[in-house]
Design a protein around this ligand. Structure first.
Ligand code: FES
Length: 345
């Protein structure tokens, strides 16, 4: 009721929108619907990767090894969000209160190259609840073959740390990366020295053999793969050919989006949902469904159709650029939905 009155008389959709600036005076980065996390440490690992340790607030639900979260950081007045797999185990979180993210920095990106600027030690950011189903079975009854490519090693770091002590079946990790770019080598070598049933093979990018090459000492293993799309497709095909169970974890939402095919999505506006496709502008499709939207030039010039996207991905029809998954300003006349989207008019 209070939210409804807020919406009638004022311009925020929820009372929480007014509370945020007040709450943030006492609790930095407080936002309705987000968890807060304090930066414990942020450090470069090498030229391409950095390590971020976060202390989530006490209400954050503990993750399972292999899950990911959305990290939201306020950058230059804008909230930007990216998805990262948690590279530490639930047990490590229980012991230290910290979770580790290993982040590849993309020189020309809008998020990762700026993290060290916006996230100083003891600053605050937002995280989502842990998500994802790329999990190592709790009571594993057979051998496991893990194939990681580049930063795809992160879910395996959490799984191995959590579960190697719980199984006596063979676990083999093939880790593909450029020479000198294998992450957490010391950690993986320590695990290999400690657990006789774990073997670890760091190899170069062109050295990956057909999957059968790695099966000689494993009896019908379950195959897990995380890395670039092409690697996952290759391992999936070869696993199927060898009649092996296969699981993978694609990186982030963007890798799952097929921009060429027509897809349908839901747009949530207040408490209503509208079906749209990824071919026409959101403005055209919402107008067609008699949603009260403002139209000006219809060409992305006048900004009359501008509104807040709360979540979901949209594509700018002029540049083809994909938005962040979190909150940002969009112009309805020049964007198409490529996932389910929530907006505030
Ligand atoms: S209607 Fe003018 S920018 Fe969208």
């Amino acid at each position: 009721m209070i939210d409804t009155m807020t919406k009638w008389f004022l311009h925020h959709q929820q009372l929480a929108g007014y509370l945020e600036p007040i709450m943030q005076r006492f609790k930095p980065a407080w936002r309705a619907g987000f968890y807060r996390a304090e930066v414990a440490c942020i450090e470069p690992i090498n030229e391409k990767y950095l390590e971020l340790w976060l202390a989530p607030e006490s209400t954050w639900p503990i993750h399972k090894a292999g899950q990911h979260l959305e990290l939201t950081v306020e950058m230059n007045g804008q909230l930007r969000t990216r998805v990262f797999t948690i590279a530490s185990s639930p047990e490590q979180y229980r012991a230290s209160g910290l979770v580790r993210l290993i982040i590849r920095t993309h020189e020309l990106g809008r998020f990762t190259p700026h993290l060290t600027t916006y996230l100083a030690s003891e600053s605050w950011c937002n995280i989502s609840a842990p998500q994802g189903t790329f999990l190592f079975p709790q009571r594993k009854m057979g051998a496991t073959l893990m194939v990681a490519g580049g930063s795809g090693i992160t879910p395996f770091l959490a799984m191995l740390s959590q579960h190697l002590g719980e199984t006596c079946h063979p676990v083999k990790l093939i880790y593909i990366a450029r020479a000198g770019e294998h992450l957490a080598e010391k950690e993986l070598n320590t695990l290999a020295a400690r657990y006789a049933h774990f073997s670890y093979f760091p190899i170069g990018r062109t050295d990956f053999e057909p999957l059968t090459h790695y099966l000689n000492d494993l009896d019908a293993p379950v195959v897990y793969c995380c890395g670039p799309q092409a690697l996952m497709e290759q391992v999936a095909t070869q696993s199927r050919a060898a009649n092996l169970s296969y699981f993978d974890e694609p990186f982030g939402l963007a890798t799952q989006i097929n921009l060429a095919e027509r897809t349908e999505h839901a747009v949530k506006v207040a408490h209503h949902q509208y079906a749209v496709d990824n071919q026409r502008s959101l403005l055209d499709q919402l107008e067609q469904q008699r949603v009260s939207v403002r139209r000006g030039c219809g060409m992305g010039i006048c900004h009359q159709c501008q509104c807040v996207k709360k979540q979901g991905l949209v594509r700018d029809m002029r540049t083809g650029e994909l938005s962040d998954a979190g909150e940002s300003l969009i112009q309805l006349c020049v964007v198409q939905a490529v996932t389910d989207v929530e907006i505030t008019l």
